[in-house]
Design a protein around this ligand. Structure first.
Ligand SMILES: CC(C)(COP(=O)(O)OP(=O)(O)OC[C@H]1O[C@@H](n2cnc3c(N)ncnc32)[C@H](O)[C@@H]1OP(=O)(O)O)[C@@H](O)C(=O)NCCC(=O)NCCS
Length: 153
């Protein structure tokens, strides 16, 4: 585990890369998901998903988690960034960029690094240099996903 500090917009934040996930306050994580309107997540399932991830990162204001993200991968060839979330009260200060960059920096020599952008996050990833992948496919998990993530037939 790495306990570090980062400063942006004149504010210093503590962050942890790959912390001991037994010590994470998952109800804090769940309420952050709710704050950004990803409401259907359950604390126990969130904990399991993070524990099955290759890399996790959490940013704190005092003891409170205010941003997090993770990488799901095989540790060598394929990796996907997931659940990049910043508390709305702290958005627009560079924390999202920080999360994505810090996670990406752990993925040296991978063959594929990708992500599925949430609706509305397109310009965020483009501003960080991410490219639209023309060759990716999705098996839609329901009509909402078909509507939001798929090209028209
Ligand atoms: C998307 C999200 C992570 C961005 O976090 P953030 O801390 O506000 O972003 P940053 O302050 O680091 O912004 C980085 C850059 O992206 C731009 N940006 C941020 N959000 C943006 C948005 N919604 N649309 C367009 N550009 C955006 C910023 O202007 C900034 O550009 P700059 O470096 O040229 O100034 C945050 O809005 C969030 O948690 N949203 C809800 C969850 C979500 O949709 N996550 C994405 C999952 S795939």
């Amino acid at each position: 585990m790495i306990n570090m500090e980062t400063t942006m917009s004149n504010t210093t934040y503590q962050y942890q890369l790959n912390p001991n996930l037994e010590q994470i306050d998952w109800s804090n994580v769940r309420s952050l998901f709710q704050k950004v309107a990803w409401k259907h997540r359950i604390a126990e399932e969130i904990a399991l998903a993070f524990k099955n991830s290759t890399t996790t990162i959490f940013v704190y204001d005092d003891d409170r988690i205010i941003a997090f993200g993770r990488v799901v991968g095989d540790g060598r060839y394929y990796a996907m960034l997931a659940d990049i979330v910043v508390d709305p009260e702290y958005q627009g200060k560079g924390l999202g960029k920080y999360l994505v960059t810090a996670l990406n920096d752990t993925l040296v020599n991978y063959h594929f690094v990708n992500l599925s952008a949430a609706p509305g996050a397109d310009r965020f990833y483009k501003s960080l240099g991410w490219k639209k992948q023309t060759t990716s496919y999705i098996w839609p998990q329901g009509p909402k996903q078909l509507r939001q993530h798929c090209e028209p037939e």
